[in-house]
Design a protein. Sequence first.
Length: 175
Amino acid sequence: MAGFAIALLANHPKLTEQGEVIRKHASNAVPVVILVLGAGIFTAILSGTGMVDAMARTLLAVVPDSLGNLIPLFTALIGLPLSFFMSNDAYFFGILPVLAESASHHGIAAYEIARAGVVGQMLHSIGPASAPLWVLLGLIGKDIGELQRFALLRVAVVSLGMVGCTVLTGAITLT
């Protein structure tokens, strides 16, 4: 904020110019600020109440112990919808550590869970919790529904292809 104030004063010394600059860019900046604050509140509520741990345990309960070696694949697959709907903070700081800890009980290294967790980032980029998306939408004058109707199926198919590639290349293992 201090840097913005200094830059604004240095580049636009007149108060009327400053107001014009702020009005011109507010439509792009305000939704992003609100999204970031909302994601922070959401993350704090989820982690502070133990809801993230409960969600991760619930998701892991679906995988029987005999299929524990599939936790990286399971992580990659559930990471697609979770990263779409959740903020990165809640997903990477809340869900993935619990999955990594659970995977370690099956002899799976944490880095495999980390690799599996990043696969969903393509879907996150068009999800409602993606701050850069809101800036882009403001710049091009489109709404999120229009973008998602156009891109969601394509991005989901490519994301599933990425899951397949991670398995085929050994980035995540099934052993």
